[in-house]
Design a protein around this ligand. Structure first.
Ligand code: SF4
Ligand code: SF4
Length: 410
């Protein structure tokens, strides 16, 4: 083992690696371990493998790559770990090291078609919002022609969503920013429209980010592309100047943006990260506007990035309780298997993990064949909806029950 924090083959922090004492308390919280029962698919097994490769005791071969790529990066293990092992940083670092070997001739290099697809997705489409929206129209047509395999788990795009206008000023000096993102702004713009209505109903005057403030880099980090994530993060920081809170209605984007201080290593990025706040947390602090009580039953599904990473899942319950009857899902926040692009690149495991979540949803539904589920993350929503579950964002559920005060349309 490298001592004193000196990185080895993978460039990981040795202090972080040795902090795992192998107790195994994280195992029940790991979705890939739960569905496979394999130590190699557990956090403890993955850390042991990282140590062995880092120390040069084992090769960074296909088996090692598979162990890293099968991780959903849900960080359920991190939340459960008594030794505070920063598993998210470790697996991000290991995946970045594997990515650096891309094209190096090792057996770890992905095939050419995967590299081409990755380049189009991560380097061309995600950072260029207009291009992403144009590509989404192409995807919609392909879906209508049944050319897109269902196993990719992509949501069924709707003309109304792609055409939807978001009635928000761009840039300026708002009293709150609403971060709109890349994929979410193309595929779930209705959620932003609902969030904007609810924010206005509190008296806030939100704006969307200025030019360049779209993709936050979360998907790039997940995929082991930290340099691209850093470039995008710098643009996002520059696109929302001032002191106003940066309200984020995607749990995955929010988790990445809260970590910008570490990612960019600058005081400016750290100050920006302190302004980032999840939509429900912001609303709970500001005060929920007047809403109608519906009595409708809602099953609360916590996105991992909100529960395990941001540790901010409670606010969803606080803001929805005045209007809905909330029910819990009894799986202790186990991941649903969405995880960035995980559902597309690991469809079998993502499906098996989702099956456990579907069973937990069915138990919580108590015989209701079409329960209404709330989730604050678009990736989880897409993944569960692809299995036929009706899922809504907290902002949509609140916008639907706003009392007519007129403030939301001002
Ligand atoms: S990651 Fe934490 S909980 Fe899991 S085996 Fe290591 S020390 Fe124990
Ligand atoms: S991040 Fe999630 S999938 Fe990966 S090892 Fe931890 S609990 Fe398991």
């Amino acid at each position: 083992m490298n001592g004193g924090g000196v990185p080895g083959v993978l460039g990981l922090d040795a202090e972080e690696l040795v902090s795992c004492v192998g107790c195994g308390l994280c195992l029940p919280h790991c979705p890939t371990y739960r569905v496979t029962g394999r130590e190699a698919a557990s956090p403890r097994g993955r850390i042991a493998a990282m140590r062995a490769v880092e120390d040069g005791d084992a090769p960074a071969d296909d088996a090692f790559a598979r162990m890293m790529l099968e991780c959903v990066q849900c960080r359920g293990c991190e939340a459960a770990c008594p030794s505070s092992v920063p598993f998210g940083h470790l697996v991000e670092g290991a995946r970045a090291a594997l990515q650096l070997r891309d094209g190096s001739g090792t057996t770890l290099a992905p095939p050419w078609w995967r590299r081409a697809l990755d380049a189009v997705g991560y380097r061309l489409l995600l950072p260029r919002h207009r291009l992403l929206v144009a590509a989404s129209w192409v995807l919609l047509v392909a879906q209508r022609l049944r050319l897109v395999p269902r196993r990719l788990g992509l949501p069924r795009l709707r003309v109304g969503t792609l055409r939807a206008r978001l009635d928000l000023p761009t840039g300026g000096r708002p009293d709150a920013w609403l971060f709109t993102g890349c994929v979410m702004d193309a595929w779930s713009r209705d959620t932003h429209a609902a969030a904007s209505r609810v924010m206005r109903a509190t008296g806030a005057r939100p704006a969307r980010p200025g030019p360049g403030g779209d993709c936050c880099g979360a998907l790039h980090l997940h995929a082991g592309r930290p340099d691209e994530a850093r470039r995008l993060a710098r643009r996002v920081v520059a696109a929302m100047p001032g002191d106003a809170p940066v309200v984020v209605d995607s749990a995955g984007c929010g988790a990445a943006m809260l970590d910008y201080g570490r990612l960019l290593g600058t005081a400016e990025a750290a100050a920006f990260a302190r302004r980032v706040v999840d939509f429900s947390t912001w609303l709970a602090a500001r005060g929920v506007p007047r809403v109608r009580r519906t009595g409708q039953r809602l099953l609360v599904s916590d996105p991992c990035q909100l529960r395990h990473v941001q540790r901010a899942a409670e606010a969803v319950r606080t803001v929805l309780a005045p209007a809905y009857e909330l029910a819990e899902i009894d799986d202790d926040g186990l991941c649903c298997g969405a995880g960035g692009a995980y559902a597309a690149v690991q469809p079998e495991l993502a499906g098996a993990v989702r099956d456990r979540k579907l069973a937990a949803i069915a138990r919580a539904a108590g015989g209701d064949p079409d329960p209404l589920v709330v989730s604050a993350n678009p990736g989880c929503t897409f993944h569960l909806a692809a299995a036929g579950v009706t899922v809504r964002h907290p902002a949509e559920l609140l916008a639907a029950v706003l009392e007519e005060t007129g403030a939301d349309r001002a």
